[in-house]
Write a protein that binds this ligand. Structure first.
Ligand code: PRX
Length: 649
């Protein structure tokens, strides 16, 4: 039997104890798609509302009128739901376990302490003149203050825009400009794998961009105590901002459709898009999925290894778990420091029950061999999760056998920044698992597969994945550009949301995500637009033209393969190669570090001048025999040259 056909049935323990068994799944799923109004009216009750909603769903995917509203007349506050409502019952329970980069530093923060910290910083933000609706950019390491800053914004109705700490000054500047942020919150430096990350320095540089006009203050957490430049008129220490502020701060009543946050992500064209997420539907969906998909039970210690700079961190480190009163672990460091056994050691140290990580982390541990985890037992683990990219069956099996000691189901969760929460995933008490498949849709999610002509495909088949109706945590728009939102997601296929992913559905109705069908690549679970990397490259004076494609990479899932045509008269050299790699790191950030650069005297183009990426992808993947039809090329000889000089890797 091939690996792909292997089935891991629901374990007896999960079948008996899980929130949702298969019967219940079938029943609730049917309800959720037959009568979404009634289903979501009921689920909405899990959230505490200041003003009850009377309307539930008001959504249209009609390209002439894309409009998405959930619980539209309800009022609530996300921070209130994550904090205040737990104080009476679990004020002394740990809300956040923080584990430092240094294995000797960790601390537990109770719900009451977190509440007080959030209130105090919320008062600090108010003191700085931050009002409801203002945008606050957060560029921070994985320290508790990052969570405090996000929740403090939510508390006063400010909209947070978290920028991942691995992004460059240019990337920060672009996001600040696009969102008109008034305040930036950062720290002197971050710590990762024993090294310092110059966060404040990056912010300083971003703010030298002449187009940044809105930033009034920069709030700086003293994290490492490293040397930084200080601008008296603009910079404030976090500890000075909170000094003297009260530890009580009323939670601003927000309309369900008021924005909670903006989060930027890459698409196939143009600059990154700021997806706008709103409050009510997002909170309902994040908390519901967190409870059911991770089968979260009172008292569980739950660890999602993502960074708060990504949607996974927003929904499944912070908002979902805290809304559910969970204990959520926040890890400052990296899985390989000080040893590759670190993740297992953390599981043992904090008795983690649920571990949610990315395939790339699993594959890099797998490459170290089976005894990489020998310093820990991981006996506390009950459930494992995977997110961010397809998990190949070998990595799935290894994750299950080695990290989970062969005893923990794995929930492979497919979703996107745009979806706000998990869309397709097993429920561990309901769904038999097939390694490599995200399995079945969550409640209310209606996937379908379309061919390139826009015809819906039935039965077991391959196609482009769309979602046919709205769900509560769906992004409502692209910040400042609703037209782009409509164009990107609702114009390819009429009346449905297009995900950008390819997918296979098997005989059992299980979904297998095959990867992006657009010019987006997924490198170690980080989503990047090839066009963004190309525009960074052509900004270098030596580069006349560049084309970027993804190629299969054993650890990263996809690697970045770049074809560069040099400017007239320039010679290729190793020095130049190194310089271009550095250049891309500087322009976008270390996550976009090129893996391969091939010098290309010419790029394969159609007669109308369009680069034929299909061919470049094949060459990069070393599939030169299956190039298909090249007769429409302006100059077919270009391809032979590229094949002959394929870069070694
Ligand atoms: O291609 C899919 C892949 O990641 C994309 C979304 O990236 P991002 O918005 O950064 O969000 C990542 C975390 C939710 C998707 O379009 N992807 C995400 N999860 C999976 C996946 N591909 C396969 N299997 C998954 N479980």
């Amino acid at each position: 039997m091939s690996e792909q056909e292997k089935i891991y049935p629901v374990t007896a323990e999960f079948a008996a104890n899980a929130w949702i068994n298969n019967e219940k799944y079938q029943e609730l799923y049917a309800q959720s798609v037959e009568n979404p109004e009634a289903f979501w009216a009921e689920q909405g009750k899990r959230i505490t509302w200041f003003k009850e909603y009377t309307k539930v769903k008001n959504t249209s995917f009609d390209p002439h009128n894309v409009s998405i509203k959930w619980y539209e007349d309800g009022e609530l506050n996300a921070a209130y739901n994550c904090l205040d409502r737990h104080l009476e019952t679990r004020g002394d329970q740990t809300a956040i376990i923080w584990e430092g980069d240094n294995p000797e530093s960790s601390k537990n923060i109770t719900y009451r302490e977190l509440y007080e910290d959030v209130c105090q910083f919320a008062n600090g933000l108010k003191k700085l003149g931050v009002h409801k609706g203002d945008v606050v950019t957060i560029y921070m390491p994985m320290i508790p203050e990052a969570a405090v800053a996000m929740l403090a914004c939510a508390r006063i109705g400010a909209v947070h825009s978290v920028v991942f700490g691995g992004f460059s000054p240019d990337a920060i500047a672009g996001r600040i400009i696009n969102s008109d942020s008034k305040i930036v919150i950062t720290s002197d430096e971050g710590r990762r794998g024993g090294k310092q990350v110059p966060l404040k320095e990056n912010v300083d540089e971003a703010l030298t961009n002449p187009h940044v006009k809105t930033v009034e203050k920069v709030v700086v957490v003293k994290c490492t105590g490293g040397d930084i430049h200080w601008h008296d008129h603009r910079d404030l220490w976090w500890h000075d901002v909170v000094a003297g502020c009260a530890k009580e701060c009323p939670a601003e009543p927000m309309n369900a459709e008021d924005p909670l946050f903006i989060l930027y992500t890459s698409g196939s064209t143009g600059a990154p898009k700021g997806l706008k997420h709103t409050t009510g539907g997002y909170m309902v969906y994040a908390s519901l999925t967190h409870q059911y998909i991770f089968d979260y039970k009172e008292g569980d210690v739950y660890w999602c290894t993502a960074d708060v700079g990504w949607i996974t961190g927003h929904s499944y480190i912070l908002y979902g778990p805290l809304a559910n009163g969970a204990t959520t672990l926040m890890f400052e460091g990296v899985p390989s420091y000080p040893t590759h056994g670190r993740m297992g050691d953390i599981c043992d140290k904090h008795q983690v029950n649920i571990l949610y990580t990315a395939p790339t982390a699993v594959r890099s541990l797998m490459a170290q061999g089976d005894d990489v985890m020998s310093s820990s037992t991981r006996q506390s683990l009950r459930l494992l999760g995977s997110v961010g990219e397809p998990i190949n069956p070998e990595a799935w099996e290894w994750y299950h056998r080695v990290i989970g000691n062969g005893e923990c189901p794995i929930v492979d969760t497919w979703w996107q920044t745009e979806t706000g929460g998990i869309m397709i995933a097993p429920l561990p008490g309901a769904t038999d698992l097939k390694p490599g498949s995200a399995t079945r849709p969550f409640f209310g999610v209606q996937p379908a597969l379309f061919d390139s002509e826009g015809k819906e495909l039935q039965g077991a088949t391959d196609g482009n994945l769309v979602l046919q109706d709205s769900w509560p945590s769906q992004a409502r728009s692209i910040w400042g550009d609703h037209e782009r939102f409509v164009q990107t997601y609702f114009s390819t296929y009429k009346g449905v949301y297009f995900t950008g992913d390819g997918c296979r559905r098997d005989e059992d109705g299980y979904y297998w995500i095959t990867g992006r069908v657009d010019d987006v690549i997924n490198v170690s679970g980080h989503r990047m637009g090839t066009a963004e990397i190309e525009s960074a490259l052509v900004a270098h004076k030596a580069v006349a033209e560049a084309a970027v494609v993804g190629y299969p990479h054993d650890i990263k899932g996809q690697g970045i393969y770049i074809y560069v045509t040099l400017a007239e008269g320039l010679e290729a050299s190793d020095e130049l190669r190194i310089e271009l790699v550095k250049w891309v790191r500087k322009e976008i950030g270390p996550i976009a570090t090129p893996d391969v650069i091939q010098w290309a005297p010419g790029l394969p183009k159609t007669r109308s001048g369009k680069i034929m990426r299909r061919i470049l992808r094949k060459i990069a993947a070393n599939e030169c025999d299956g190039l298909g039809d090249t007769s429409t090329l302006a100059d077919p000889g270009v391809v032979d040259d590229l094949i002959e000089h394929r870069a070694n890797r």
